[in-house]
Design a protein around this ligand. Structure first.
Ligand code: FAD
Ligand code: HEM
Length: 398
């Protein structure tokens, strides 16, 4: 525990942190990658280039300083970050490296303010937070290891199927090379692939949401080809049926957790449908009796992954209602079998069917799309506890 004096000192540095803003974490990452270049094989460097990871780290550091006298309020954020860390196989010894560079960053950016007292207070505060993460991450590693079909670290998986689901999205069915079972997961969670190949400049960890309900045998992911993207193009172009991928156990704090009588509304844009597919699969397999709504938006039929499957499921399940928007349908999309409306997703147009007492809403897609969904649902008065979303990149508050 931190003493009152240390807490006061940390609080006194809040204006300093705020004035530095993300320059703080950008400096931190620059010096860390300079002195510990081996970490370029750990971090996602495109999230550095986009500034999203420095922004996510800055928000976390600032939130910690602001809640230093009551860190329990950061529980949900700690849980999300710990899960994310396990998807990069983060180890306790790496906390010393990060701690060192954080303290040196404070010294270098604010030489006058960084008195020995301030540095000591931040060293203590960092130590407490690092201890919380290390403890929680170890729990997650152990839980993954002790599950039936579970493991620790990476495990070799063989690609059993590779299937184009749309022009840009391809799914991969992965089964363990050792022939054993695979651990269950909670629909909404993701796998991390650890990619290492001569044509990759660095080793890369990438997360992909599991897109089918758990079955104990195999995992399915669906990957969108990103223009200029390292991992997605590698997976699309290089990885074939029979190839082996190194995989970390499922992780993530975004998962469906509803009672049988809870209506569920799944809302996705583009490849953001992957975690929703696992949820839908699970709900339908369980015979979820309450209403289920699937809302999806994409460009047109050529970009609409799993469209036929969604239609087949709607036809087979009376309590499943689906609504699909195509922004710009192609001539080949007519007759309109797989979409219901033109243009961008318009939640107001379906408000009567999806604004349900006690429903839980799960959504995922591009950032502006999720911001729209969050704003609309919150505007209808839906409480935060019923809104759940996943970000395909470093976390940002919506
Ligand atoms: C929890 C989670 C779940 C996810 N689930 C899925 C999923 O189910 N399906 C899916 O397809 N994706 C998913 N993702 C996203 C996925 O992890 C990858 O981020 C995505 O595949 C892109 O990776 P990439 O290596 O191809 O692209 P990257 O190489 O990471 O590049 C991403 C973009 O940044 C640009 N870029 C890279 N470096 C630079 C630079 N130096 N300067 C400027 N621009 C640059 C690239 O051109 C590209 O457009 C998920 C992510 C998370 C965090
Ligand atoms: C107390 C110390 C730490 C804090 C506060 C912290 C904070 C964060 C935050 C906020 C994120 C983004 C989470 C999200 O997107 O949901 C993150 C991701 C990550 N962290 Fe940490 N972290 C800490 C320690 C470490 C350590 C020791 C390492 C190991 C070198 C590490 C490696 C990573 C990696 C690789 C990611 C993913 C980056 C990406 O997606 O680009 N972190 N961390």
């Amino acid at each position: 525990m931190l003493d009152a004096r240390t807490i006061d000192i940390i609080k006194s540095t809040i204006p300093l942190l705020e004035s530095a803003n993300t320059a703080l974490t950008e400096h931190f990452y620059r010096r860390m990658f300079r002195d510990n270049p081996e970490l370029k094989d750990v971090f996602n460097l495109s999230h550095q280039a986009s500034g999203r990871q420095p922004a996510a780290l800055f928000s976390a550091v600032l939130a910690y300083a602001k809640n230093i006298d009551n860190p329990a309020v950061l529980g949900a954020a700690v849980e999300r970050i710990a899960h994310k860390h396990t998807g990069f196989a983060i180890q306790p010894a790496q906390y010393d490296i990060v701690g060192h560079h954080l303290l040196e960053t404070i010294r270098e950016l604010a030489p006058d303010a960084a008195t020995p007292e301030v540095i000591d207070a931040w060293a203590q505060a960092y130590g407490v937070l690092a201890g919380i993460f290390i403890g929680r991450e170890e729990q997650l590693y152990r839980a993954n290891e002790s599950k039936t079909g579970g493991w620790r670290g990476t495990r070799a998986f063989v690609v059993k199927e590779k299937q184009a689901e749309s022009e840009q999205i391809t799914s991969f069915l992965l089964a363990p090379a050792d022939g054993g079972p695979v651990a269950d997961y909670r629909p909404g969670q993701y796998l991390s692939l650890h990619l290492d190949a001569p044509e990759l400049v660095h080793k890369e960890y990438r997360q992909y949401s599991l897109c089918q309900a758990p079955n104990g045998r195999d995992y399915r992911i669906a990957v969108k080809r990103e223009p200029g993207g390292t991992a997605s193009n590698f997976l699309h172009d290089r990885i074939q049926v029979g190839d082996t991928l190194r995989v970390l156990p499922p992780a993530g704090d975004f998962f469906m957790d509803v009672a049988a009588d809870t209506p569920v509304v799944l809302i996705s844009g583009g490849v953001g449908q992957t975690p929703m597919r696992a949820m839908l699969d699970q709900l339908l397999r369980q015979g979820h009796p309450a209403p289920i709504h699937w809302l999806h938006a994409c460009e047109n039929g050529t970009q609409h992954a799993f469209g036929k499957d969604t239609r087949a499921r709607r036809q087979a399940h009376a309590n499943l209602d689906t609504h699909v928007w195509y922004r710009a349908p192609a001539a080949t999309d007519l007759p309109a079998e797989d979409f219901d409306a033109l243009g961008l997703m318009d939640l107001q147009a379906v408000k009567d069917s999806i604004h349900l007492d006690d429903a839980h809403y799960y959504f995922c897609g591009p950032l502006p799309f999720m911001a729209m969904v969050k704003e609309t649902l919150a505007g209808w008065g839906i409480a935060d506890e019923r809104l759940h979303y996943e970000m395909f990149g470093p976390h940002q508050q919506l």
